[in-house]
Design a protein. Structure first.
Length: 443
């Protein structure tokens, strides 16, 4: 039996200073890996560009199955017209993902006999915490309490905008018109009908889809004006058999965005971990997220990134260009003026019992920078072509390395839940493999 998923997005639907005491770190470093959405088998993504009551929302369809079975039902606050709906560019969501993903950075200890200047510059200081469907007659629709407010096509999608008086009638209308929705959906549709919300319903026009030669369904983008800043997710849980991941990119001229009816917390960050994690970063970040998710009772939203989109440090991808920002939905930019776009990446892993309410958002004026960042510090290794390092600071530095490695092991165990002894074996093996071959021979 072919898999059918009801997608729900909008309103249904993340200085090295050689010293032997703790020091403040700058963000600058060498980016080496990122934890993007490819880590998750089912990660829905949504981009919300919002300024005041105006919103452009982009929904990335992670639909799995035959496109003829695709259906998207999205409650919206107003009746949308054709010129308010667009087909988005999937590469833009990939760019936002790459730019904001949690990242691994590495630093290399300098020669302890030639310490760097104390006054370091070059980095910002760390921030805080189917085909055509034959529609039923208007009389039959009216009997069900359903009104077709608008009907149009955009790209490969055939779209209708519905209003309804009661949920049973809306469920019946959707089933009669070929939209196979989960049994019992009427109970979850009811609250949105009571709020007098409309329903954006889309199916794939197969002829248009095949003629255009698309391989995957493209994102749907919609513009609307409403004081409601929310993202209902409850109907999206009806098809779920396990936890679902939702990545939300909020673009604002103000500052950080946060969820108001669930706690928004920073993902654990700025941890120094053993260098072997460089080859296991995907497993590491999956473990750190699951551990934090469990420790927080599985009912918080994690902030994975918050930064002015015009720059980055370290950069896991180039900042988006003005044209890419426009395609992302940013509508307040003006020619020949500095960009004013702040990006917040939120990561929600949700289930029906832990997230019984839709997500409610607010913009804030807080422009404090944050990123999920994990640090590798490579010990200094003298070149075989230079004199042996033998200054007093070098001897002190060498004695400190085992203590530093043990601290990194304990940190990694705490963040991931991994067994410290297993980590210790890997770390010691990694350390011995990374040591130069001549160290065990030359005095």
């Amino acid at each position: 039996m072919k898999q059918f998923r009801l997608l729900v997005m909008l309103l249904l639907a993340l200085v090295i200073v050689i010293s032997f005491a703790p020091t403040a770190w700058a963000f600058c470093g060498f980016y080496v890996a990122k934890a993007d959405t490819k880590l998750y088998n089912q990660a829905s993504q949504v981009v919300i560009a919002r300024n005041g009551d105006r919103t452009i929302l982009t929904m990335a369809n992670d639909y799995q199955g035959e496109v003829k079975d695709f259906a998207l039902v999205v409650p919206v606050p107003v009746v949308l017209q054709q010129d308010q709906v667009n087909v988005g560019d999937p590469k833009i969501i990939e760019r936002l993902d790459a730019f904001s993903a949690p990242r691994l950075v590495e630093y290399f200890d300098p020669d302890p006999c030639s310490p760097p200047p104390v006054n370091r510059v070059g980095g910002a200081t760390r921030g805080g915490d189917g085909g055509d469907v034959a529609l039923q007659s208007s009389a039959a629709d009216s009997a069900l309490g359903v009104t077709v407010e608008a009907r149009f096509s955009v790209g490969e999608y055939d779209i209708v905008i519905l209003s309804a008086k009661e949920s049973n009638g809306l469920e019946t209308w959707l089933n009669r018109n070929g939209y196979r929705i989960p049994q019992g959906a009427n109970q979850l549709l009811r609250p949105y009908i009571r709020q007098n919300m409309k329903f954006f319903v889309a199916k794939v026009n197969l002829e248009e889809f095949k003629e255009a030669g698309y391989q995957f369904l493209r994102p749907i983008q919609m513009a609307y004006e409403s004081p409601k800043f929310m993202l209902p997710i409850r109907l999206g849980m009806m098809n779920a058999i396990t936890e679902q991941d939702l990545i939300i990119y909020v673009l604002s001229p103000q500052g950080q965005a946060e969820i108001t009816n669930y706690r928004t917390v920073n993902i654990p960050s700025d941890a120094e971990i053993p260098v072997f994690v460089k080859n296991e970063f995907g497993d590491f970040y999956n473990a750190i997220f699951q551990t934090a998710y469990t420790q927080e009772g599985k009912k918080v939203a994690f902030r994975e990134y918050a930064w002015d989109i015009g720059w980055c440090d370290p950069c896991s991808a180039d900042p988006l260009s003005p044209e890419e920002l426009r395609k992302s939905g940013v509508f307040w930019l003006r020619p020949n003026t500095p960009s004013n776009v702040f990006l917040t990446r939120l990561h929600v892993r949700y289930t029906r019992d832990k997230f019984p309410e839709d997500l409610m958002f607010q913009e804030t004026s807080n422009r404090q920078q944050f990123q999920g960042r994990y640090i590798l510090r490579h010990p200094f290794v003298a070149s075989p072509f230079t004199e042996k390092v033998s200054c007093p600071a070098a001897r002190q530095y060498q004695r400190s390395l085992n203590q530093r490695l043990e601290q990194e092991i304990q940190t990694l165990a705490k963040l991931t839940g991994w067994n410290a002894q297993d980590i210790r074996k890997k770390a010691n093996l990694s350390q011995s493999q990374s040591a130069p071959w001549w160290q065990n021979v030359l005095p």
